[in-house]
Write a protein of this length. Structure first.
Length: 129
């Protein structure tokens, strides 16, 4: 068994990392890792095993920390945009504008939905900013 196979085995089976995480650590493609698992080792985890691993509180906490703000793969706003949204909202409210009108305006300006703006200004999301 060569070093690559040993590393894949350790990271995937013992450290419980995903195929993509193993590939990133070993600086290779996910298909190469998957091929190694299926030809040299016991094969990839079943769907059920993967679901069990993704439902642990440890995994969820890790995901929450690693997907924070701009690191989230579905993010539409940047940290700078969130700061500007909060500043513009506060300025508009101080000038006497209505909350929902301001939120609708900002939502249209930043190409997101009004509840997203509401969550940002109420600090329900982007709390770390």
């Amino acid at each position: 068994m060569n070093d690559f196979v040993k590393e894949v085995e350790y990271l995937y089976y013992h450290k419980k990392l995903s195929i993509r995480q193993v590939a990133n650590l070993l600086d290779c493609s996910a298909s190469k890792v998957k091929h190694c698992l299926n030809t040299e080792l016991k094969g990839a985890r079943s769907l059920k095993e993967g679901c069990v691993l993704r439902s642990t509180t440890k995994y969820k906490e890790k995901l929450r920390k690693t997907q924070l703000g701009e690191k989230n793969n579905q993010v539409k706003l940047t940290t700078e945009a969130v700061i500007k949204i909060r500043q513009e909202y506060e300025q508009a409210i101080n000038e006497g504008a209505q909350k929902t009108v301001t939120q609708n305006y900002l939502a249209q300006k930043y190409n997101v939905k009004r509840p997203t703006i509401s969550d940002i200004v109420l600090q329900k999301t982007w709390k770390h900013v």
